[in-house]
Write a protein that binds this ligand. Structure first.
Ligand SMILES: Cc1ncc(COP(=O)(O)O)c(C=O)c1O
Length: 382
């Protein structure tokens, strides 16, 4: 995560992201070690579930091992299975398609909007068939998907809505925090996420039945009668050590989210005079939390996004390319018959993928470093 993927000749090194942990995280982890509560029982797990779900505005939280497992549990807990279809954005991490396939259902791609980079409500309805059971939105790079029309479509067609909030802790739509707008929300706490537990995730919901089912499946579907299992579950448990870090992070989540927004606002200011770079949006009904500060390089900029990334890397600035769209993933090209062929034309997703890159966005990014990044971006043009 903190290694430049291109050779650098610069003495400066600014990682694209890195976790920032404090004294409280250390204190709580030590408390786990000293009390010997290091596995998936212990007081920090329910505490983290309560704190984080209530921060998001949901009544239940089910902590688990990753954002991926949170999504998989969410689909399984709402009953998605073989023969079903789930509509997902074409522009996303491959995880979005994988978790649907693991349930035996089929992912169906819809293109995204050019401003939010999230699933386009106008492209959803045309994808609905009698087999469609759910829509899984991804709040991309911190900007919420257009949840108003999406929830209206879901209601009209009796579909469930799963929010992938891996990149959007604290983001809001019409005053409601993401994760609490659809039927179920899934978060990641990987080391580069807005709050982190190292690895980890959480499913949140207001639906007790979904929460109970997810908690049951998370723990191998263990029941009172030990070693008799009435369902096929998983080991998707979070450890008390991870939850201890999560509790400490939750205690200062407002400051962390504010800091992300502050970094983005400074980038917007510093980049204002660079032509031919498109900046991220924040729609009037949305709170973008700018997990990572993504920009789009226009064809009129003298170099492609890939070359700009290379030039920045040589000057010690680490960046990341945008996702390769799901319709371009070799894993889903139809050769492996176990998985569907997701090839097709999704012009917005493809354009974002070619033109996008994100700039260093760690919480500890100083103003000086940000100015350096922008100066190098300016210089990368020549
Ligand atoms: C949009 C999205 N969904 C899901 C995940 C999966 O989260 P995790 O890495 O915790 O499994 C990620 C991870 O970066 C992500 O970006």
């Amino acid at each position: 995560m903190t290694q430049l993927d291109t050779h650098t000749t610069s003495e400066t090194y600014i990682p694209v992201c890195e976790p920032v942990l404090g004294a409280q995280e250390k204190r709580y982890v030590l408390d786990c070690l000293e009390g010997n509560w290091i596995s998936s029982l212990g007081k920090y797990i329910p505490k983290f579930e309560r704190m984080f779900s209530s921060y998001c505005g949901a009544s239940r939280g089910v902590a688990c091992s990753s954002g991926t497992s949170a999504l998989h549990l969410a689909l399984d807990a709402i009953g998605i299975g073989p023969g079903d279809e789930v509509i997902i954005p074409a522009f996303s991490l491959i995880v979005s398609a994988n978790v649907v396939c693991w349930t035996g259902a089929t992912p169906v791609l819809a293109d995204v909007t050019a401003d939010t980079w999230c699933i386009d409500p106008a492209r959803i309805e045309e994808k609905i068939t009698p087999k469609t059971k759910a829509i899984m939105v991804v709040h991309m790079y911190g900007h919420p998907a257009d949840m108003g029309p999406i929830m209206a479509i879901a209601e009209r067609h009796n579909l469930k809505v799963i929010e992938d909030c891996a990149q959007a802790h604290g983001a809001a739509y019409s005053g409601k925090r993401v994760g609490s707008i659809g039927h179920v929300g899934a978060f990641s706490f990987y080391g580069n996420k807005i709050i982190t537990t190292g690895e980890g995730g959480m499913l949140i919901t207001d639906d007790d039945a979904i929460a109970e089912r997810a908690a049951y499946l998370r723990n191998q579907a263990f029941e009172q009668e030990r070693f008799v299992h009435r369902a096929v579950g998983y080991n998707y448990r979070m450890t008390n050590l991870q939850a201890a870090i999560g509790v400490a992070q939750c205690e200062r989540i407002d400051t962390i989210v504010e800091r992300k927004i502050e970094i983005a606002h400074r980038y917007i200011e510093l980049l204002a005079d660079i032509d031919d770079i498109d900046l991220p949006t924040c729609r009037p009904d949305a709170q973008n939390v700018y997990w990572m500060f993504g920009v789009l390089v226009r064809p009129t900029f003298s170099h492609t996004a890939a070359l700009v990334r290379e030039r920045l890397a040589k000057r010690g600035v680490e960046t990341r390319a945008f996702f390769v769209p799901l319709n371009r993933q070799p894993a889903y090209n139809g050769v492996d018959k176990k998985y569907p062929n997701l090839q097709g034309r999704f012009p917005v997703a493809e354009d974002l993928s070619i033109r996008g890159l994100y700039l260093p966005s760690a919480l500890n990014l100083t103003t000086e470093k940000q100015e350096y990044v922008v100066d190098q971006l300016r210089a990368a043009r020549d």
